[in-house]
Ligand binder design. Structure first.
Ligand code: NAP
Length: 247
């Protein structure tokens, strides 16, 4: 058993998401030697667990909130081997993915870009010192296949597509800098497939049953892919099967 000082950690940002929650549950059963750092807006709403490895943190995801949270993680700096950023919105009470250009509204588009692009970007910025160490660390940001510019044949969902395409560009750009400043870190834009969660609920009708994944299936896929992924100084855009998606 490793001592408190040697224990590695996995950081899950967006612990309140269905996918983030499933990853936390899997890590809890499969990695008893690893601290799990779970960040979300309302940790009190997370399912109760007696897991001593689980440490929960509240964050409002504002820039000062992110800075403060990274400070709270100080005891684990240099010992983080996996980061998953699984926050993201497609629809809210007032936002719907756009079908036509006439559906576009500035406030809605800005909110989707704020949550899906700017927030993960701030994490990549403020976490640099926390993940920079001799320990290899994989950072998975939940993207989506619809963020692929070269693969866009169907159109629609302007704001969501744009937010994920911009996120992908941030990940590729950050990978260039991380390769220099934090060479033991691998950055990944991850497409989980269509997963049965609140986010995809209104859009599941045309998805074949065998293509609608459970959060637990995707959690298993992400953790398996992560464990085999070489630290190569480059960003990867991968789907749930571990296959590359064209940017
Ligand atoms: N489900 C799918 O089919 C699918 C497909 C492709 C990509 N993805 C991506 O996978 C990720 C996780 O999706 P999910 O399906 O697990 O979603 P989910 O269960 O609906 O979780 C939503 C996540 O977004 C955060 N969030 C929601 N509204 C927010 C707001 N207004 N401000 C800040 N954060 C907010 C939540 O934060 P808290 O943790 O603080 O509650 C939570 O982590 C997203 O990035 C999504 O785009 C999902």
């Amino acid at each position: 058993m490793s001592t408190d000082h040697e224990r590695q950690a996995c950081l899950i940002i967006g612990a309140g998401s269905a996918i983030g929650g499933a990853i936390i549950r899997r890590l809890g059963t499969e990695n008893p030697d690893c601290d799990i750092l779970a960040v979300c807006r309302r940790p009190e709403a997370l399912p109760h667990t007696a897991d001593a490895c689980l440490h929960t943190f509240a964050c409002d995801y504002t820039e000062p909130g992110i800075i403060q949270l990274v400070q709270q993680l100080k005891p684990w700096h240099g010992r983080i081997r996996l980061v998953v950023i699984s926050t993201g919105i497609l629809h809210t009470g007032t936002i719907k993915p756009e079908k036509r250009v006439e559906d576009l509204h500035m406030d809605s588009m800005l909110e989707v870009l704020r949550v899906n692009t700017v927030m993960p970007t701030l994490w990549l910025s403020y976490l640099l010192d926390a993940v920079r160490s001799d320990i290899p660390c994989r950072v998975f940001t939940l993207s989506a296949r619809v963020g692929s510019i070269s693969d866009n044949r169907k159109g629609g969902w302007y704001s969501y597509r744009a937010s994920k395409a911009a996120l992908n560009m941030v990940i590729r750009t950050a990978a260039v800098e991380y390769a220099r400043r934090a060479p033991n870190v691998k950055l990944v834009a991850f497409h989980p497939g269509t997963v049965d969660t609140e986010l995809s609920k209104p859009f599941q009708r045309n998805v074949p049953q065998d293509k609608l994944f459970s959060p637990d299936f995707v959690a298993e896929r992400l953790l398996t892919i992560s464990s085999d992924l070489p630290i190569d100084g480059d960003a990867s855009y991968l789907d749930w099967a571990g296959k590359s998606i064209t940017w």
